[in-house]
Design a binder for this molecule. Structure first.
Ligand code: BES
Ligand code: ZN
Length: 396
């Protein structure tokens, strides 16, 4: 914290008069690991004005990119709504094509869920997370943030080729959802017979309190990223074509104020897409010393029917119990889908207060403490598998 104060003084002194992204020299010499290309972040105008909102019912205000960075540093939470101001319009315009009052069945695909869950492993997540955290950071405006996204894309692609049987391949598509900041979101779709969608999400970007500092983001949200990748691998390996259409999303730029997921949710809402359930995973690996292992069920900005269904899945298929918890603000991408009027849920590693204290810095590493657990993470892959099969697969 002391360092943060020193740095921020340094920054405010040298940045006020700076032209677009002249990162302060004092900082660069202090952290000698970056070259100019890394810190340049082409096109990142820290004076650019952005419209941000601090809470659901608060009026949005215009601030600079630099002020956004300072908010993040001070722990002030915001959504950047500049390019997605009409998100949720259909709730008010009455032309919503969404499914009204979705209800969910009780779990009953027991045999198939258990079979696919058995094929889950911690091996892939460990290997993938080692690679994913080896990028200096995965900031949505950084060069390494682009590289990590391309690596993830190629990983989804190669897993698909390796694990999906030929009979399923015609129904699988892997696409980039482009964003103007450079790091794209990724969508892997398994097309079902129906257009109703089941979405499983995680965010791929990471951040430190300054955009170009190291941010391995092992837990936030490398853990969610590899959790859902493992679930995806297991589901396509089953070779079964779903009844509903299933999508896996890896969002860009969550840390910039839910930017990536808001653009996707806006696009789906404008197209009148029928989202039956959206389940998000942000931080799935940390078990605080001395606490009981649980699946945290977020009760704010989530759908109550979907939440209840997810708790039934946990009871039925997971080895650990669930516990209700709250962020108290729109803390991740599930909130974008909730705002668009779709039923969304988010599961986290613990009670909010017991979550990983190392996020948003260089200590968010997978080898920092035995509290980082791949077996805990695997419970969340089980949840993703169970949800997709129970809601999306043909009945046995
Ligand atoms: N993973 C965090 C949210 C979180 C924190 C979930 C602790 C569970 C426990 C997420 O990446 C994040 O940092 N969110 C921002 C807000 C967002 C709107 C930019 C935050 O919490 O500051
Ligand atoms: Zn975060």
């Amino acid at each position: 914290m002391r360092t943060a104060v020193v740095l921020s003084t340094l920054l405010s002194a040298s940045l006020v008069a700076a032209s677009p992204v002249q990162w302060p020299l004092g900082l660069l010499s202090k952290y000698q690991v970056w070259d100019n290309t890394q810190t340049a972040m082409d096109g990142y105008d820290i004076h650019e004005k952005r419209l941000v909102q601090f809470g659901e019912n608060e009026s949005p205000i215009w601030v600079s990119e630099w002020e956004k960075i300072k908010f993040k540093e001070s722990g002030i939470n915001f959504m950047d709504i500049t390019d997605t101001q009409d998100l949720g319009f259909s709730l008010f315009s009455g032309d919503s094509k969404r499914l009204s009052a979705v209800t969910y069945p009780s779990p009953n695909s027991t045999v198939l869920v258990k079979k696919v869950i058995k094929s889950l492993s911690t091996e892939g997540p460990l290997e993938n997370l080692q690679k994913f955290t080896s990028f200096t950071n995965r900031h949505y405006r950084s060069e390494t943030g682009k590289q990590s996204q391309k690596w993830l894309l190629s990983k989804v692609d190669s897993l698909t080729k390796e694990y999906a049987p030929d009979s399923l391949l015609p129904f699988v598509s892997i696409t980039e959802f482009p964003h103007k900041w450079g790091q794209n979101s990724i969508v892997a779709q398994i097309k079902g017979n129906s257009d109703e969608l089941i979405i499983i999400g995680a965010h791929q970007d990471s951040t430190s309190f300054l955009p170009f500092l190291p941010a391995p983001g092992a837990d936030d949200d490398g853990s969610g990223t590899v959790t859902i990748l493992e679930a995806y691998r297991a589901l396509i390996s089953s070779g079964i074509r779903p009844q509903k259409t299933v999508e896996f999303h890896w969002y860009a730029a969550e840390e910039g104020g839910l930017l990536g997921s808001r653009e996707l949710a806006q696009d789906y809402e404008r197209r009148g897409a029928l989202v039956y359930a959206m389940q998000h995973f942000d931080m799935t690996a940390w078990v605080k010393k001395g606490t009981q292992e649980v699946v945290g069920i977020l009760t704010d900005y989530t759908d109550s029917s979907l939440r209840k269904f997810v708790t039934e899945l946990v009871d039925e298929y997971l080895s650990i119990p669930w516990a209700d918890t709250q962020c108290g603000y729109a803390c991740s991408d599930h909130a974008s889908w909730t705002q668009a009027g779709y039923p969304a849920m988010m599961a986290i590693e613990s009670l909010f207060g017991d979550s990983n204290p190392n996020i948003h810095g260089s200590r968010d590493r997978l080898d920092i403490s035995p509290e980082f657990s791949f077996t805990h993470m695997l419970e969340f892959s089980k949840l993703a598998v169970a949800l997709v099969i129970e809601l999306g697969f043909p009945k046995e």
